[in-house]
Design a protein around this ligand. Structure first.
Ligand SMILES: [Zn+2]
Length: 61
């Protein structure tokens, strides 16, 4: 993750959605954008975290 993007935004392509991921072992959670970002590893267990919730814009309950 370099944090900077020198590219223009594109509509349609490159659409990413924020998801909340968590580690089932320690409960550590993070927000990542898929599919742009990969599901990260738990910093403690070095194990791939699981998707807990998809945080879509039009979230309905
Ligand atoms: Zn963990």
């Amino acid at each position: 993750m370099d944090g900077r993007e020198g590219r223009q935004k594109r509509e349609g392509e490159g659409h990413s959605e924020p998801v909340q991921v968590y580690c089932p072992k320690c409960g550590h959670t993070e927000i990542v954008y898929i599919p742009r970002e990969e599901i990260p590893l738990c910093p403690r267990h070095k194990k791939r975290m699981l998707v807990k919730e998809i945080l879509t814009e039009g979230k309905y309950y």
